[in-house]
Ligand binder design. Sequence first.
Ligand SMILES: [Zn+2]
Length: 413
Amino acid sequence: MNLSAYQDELDWIASQQQAMLNATSELALINSGTLNVDGIDRVGERLLQYCAPLEAEQKRIDLPPLEEIDERGELRNRPVGRAIRLRKNPQAERQILLCGHLDTVFSPEDPFQNLNWLNANRLGGPGVTDMKGGLVIMIHALMALERSVYARELGWTVIFNPDEEVGSPCSDILITEAAHQAQLGLVFEPALPDGSFAGERKGSGNFTLVMRGRAAHAGRDIGSGRNAVRALCDFISALDNLNGQREGVTINPARFHGGGPLNQVPDLAVARFNVRTRKREDEHWIQQQLNLLSAKINERNGLSLHIHGGFTRPPKQLTPAAHELSALLAECGSALDIPVRWTATGGCCDGNNIAAQGIPVIDTLGAEGGGIHSSEEFLIVDSLSRRAQLTALLLFSLARGQLDYQLWPQLNR
Ligand SMILES: [Zn+2]
């Protein structure tokens, strides 16, 4: 691949390194933990300002609330904040979708709220890598495209969603709808810790178990009680025993809440678990097992179990079109001297949901760094402009049609 046609734009990105770092730092200092609606709105506000030079059609979109089962086993609705959609060149023949999330895993109560330099090229901070740096990379790559002569050849939609860290339950509809209008997807999650890109990804589901029994005095009348804690422990043991029974499927019972005074037989217990899958059929298998196990518990007199939740991330498997897109990215990487390697991962993201719509997706185009989802999170600072150049080169190549469109699903218009 000859870079000379793109050199001006690539040089422009290099000149933006300090501006990219400033923007990343500014975004990281605004807390936008999932469900911190004010913080998420403020991050959205800043992003719209950064995106102004793109002259795209902008829209803030209200989402349905997050449905959560609380510790009393009751359904609660919680607002997640607004998503943002940007569109440019909707008339272009080639259409792509770019996604990034506004939220982080750090709530306003978390002690990790500030930036700290670990060395000249490592900046620690909440969300610097996952994924405020990624958002800045995406915007600068798009700015480079829009400055170039290839801009008119590629139409794009950007979705910034506020609920990715809890599985995008409220924004999934928006992403799915946008994926239907696009021929491929790009997501700006961080590179894997060794700098590689995520290939296949496992699917994921989150479930809540609500066990109700019957309260009784522990001393006077224990026999008439039905102990919800014991029953739910039995269920969870049986559930955990499913680990190892089907290749690629894992179950993690993660949280438990139940009981009350020590002289009372507990009538309520709530537990939560996560399931990871390798194939779409695994979801059906898990559902069957859950039905069998809950039927057994519900046979017991005076006890009832309800299972809430479900699968939010289908497994992402690599299609021929995905391989072709990966090969194009590798070509871009080798022209820029950026190694492009692929690793399968058990982690999942919005790339899973986009791939489930039948279009190829690359979902780790964001910043390099490490320690994400912990107070050790850090950004490799010079990766900002490097990775923006990589995405920009991919965008130029897509705009110029350097991908075999035979393999791409045709747009339904
Ligand atoms: Zn992320």
